[in-house]
Design a protein around this ligand. Structure first.
Ligand code: ADP
Ligand code: MG
Length: 397
């Protein structure tokens, strides 16, 4: 029997549409001789749908019409796989609409990529081809990620972090701290968004206030770090797990110096709420990046180190900042489920998209086997043989 694969995309995230594109690309790349793969779409209001109508990107243009032809389902764990049960149930007929043995999450952004979907898959006890709950959550929180990487000896920019409440209570004190401890120019960003949403550069007290006001409107916590001058951005993908991981080719997004226009691009005219498309997929890029002698290897090594320090699995993309004058290099962020699964960076080093998908599925089953070898239950039932009175567990240790 072929392995039954659910490619999961969508979700309650500003990067919903980009995820539909990435998800359908991944679905199309799976080898039909080996897998019986189907789309499992999560709508913006977190409902699950299956159906052939969801295989075609054009059908998503008219969402209500598309979903009217799809089938809403609920996932249920049964006998080592997940059954997708028709919802609402019909009185007659088989309620099981589809079954899968392994999931490939191709979701981007908060409420899905940040560990939320992984938590659901964990509870369903199904192998899945992405970072686990912890590494997904670490990867989504730019401040927590820096802390973990610092601990592992990976270079990251020092940053200050403030809650929106702290800033609202005493914005003067927050700005004073930023000026004293970092100094202009600074970059202000929400800790957990993507696509440059809510990010801006400040060069003075007045622009700092604007940048902080914007960032706190998007996230309960913001991060402030110095703006790297003579900026070059370099991205590199990593594929593997804690034991074995390798790096792809490096790419250089080419309009890096236009960071200030990112805000204009995403925020103008729509009140800043719509998010826009995934920054990276819209950018011009040079691939492979043309870097000074030795830097490609340095980036690749640091990318693998980052991936493993955060406990990642599957395919991720690590984005770097480089000062072209001094040669300094910092890890800026990790995308635990990168746009288009970074397949174009793998093609560059001779790994086809189909091979990338094979590897993801292999890794998902490998982790599941390793987990099954661990003990998750303790063979004792403290509830048997004990008579609990109204006082509860009085004798607990
Ligand atoms: N410290 C920095 N110095 C200079 N530019 C930066 C810095 N941090 C971010 N940027 C610019 O802002 C863009 C978006 O920031 P990033 O941290 O990658 O957030 P996102 O998750 O939205 O992609 C980067 O691609 C880069 O162009
Ligand atoms: Mg980025």
């Amino acid at each position: 029997m072929k392995t039954r694969v659910a490619v999961i995309f969508g979700g309650h995230s500003v990067e919903h549409e980009v995820s539909i594109i990435s998800g359908l690309q991944a679905l199309g790349a799976l080898d039909t001789a080996k897998y019986e793969a189907f789309p499992l779409y999560i709508s913006k209001d977190n409902r699950f749908y299956v159906g052939d109508i969801l295989r075609e990107i054009a059908h998503f243009r008219d969402m209500p019409a598309c979903l009217a032809q799809a089938t809403e389902v609920l996932p249920v764990a049964r006998d080592g796989c997940v059954q997708l049960i028709r919802h609402p149930a019909k009185r007659f007929g088989n309620p099981v609409v589809a079954v899968f043995d392994v999931a490939i999450p191709v979701v981007h952004g908060t409420n899905v990529e940040d560990g939320t979907l992984m938590g659901l898959l964990e509870m369903l006890n199904i192998p899945y081809a992405s970072c686990d709950v912890t590494s997904s959550a670490l990867g989504m929180d730019k401040f927590a990620m820096k802390a973990a990487l610092k601990q592992a000896g990976v270079p990251v920019l020092e940053a200050l972090s403030f809650t929106g409440k702290e800033y609202a209570a005493d914005s003067e004190a927050v700005c004073d701290a930023i000026e004293q401890r970092i100094g202009y120019p600074v970059i202000v960003k929400p800790v957990n968004l993507g696509s440059s949403v809510g990010i801006s550069k400040a060069t003075s007290r007045s622009s700092l206030i604007e940048a902080m006001d914007l960032a706190v409107s998007f996230s309960a916590r913001v991060l402030v770090e110095r703006a790297v001058p003579n900026l070059r951005e370099i991205n590199c993908s990593v594929l593997g797990d804690y034991e074995q991981a390798r790096a792809s080719a490096c790419e250089e997004p080419l309009n890096a110096e236009d960071i200030l226009t990112f805000g204009d691009k995403y925020l103008s005219g729509n009140g800043g709420k719509s998010g826009g498309s995934k920054g990276m997929t819209d950018l011009k890029r040079r691939c492979p990046a043309e870097l000074p002698e030795g830097m490609t290897e340095q980036v690749q090594q640091l990318a693998v180190k980052t991936f493993q320090a955060l406990g990642c699995l599957g395919v991720a993309r690590i984005d770097f900042l480089n000062d072209k004058e001094t040669g300094e290099l910092w890890v800026n962020e990790i995308n635990t489920i990168p746009g288009s699964l970074s397949f174009y960076l793998w093609q560059e080093v001779g790994v086809s998209f189909a091979e990338l998908m094979d590897e993801l599925i292999r890794l998902a089953f490998k982790r599941q086997r390793e987990r099954e070898a661990l003990t998750f239950t303790y063979e004792s039932n403290i509830l048997s043989g004990t008579s609990f009175g109204a006082k509860g567990s009085k004798g607990k240790a």
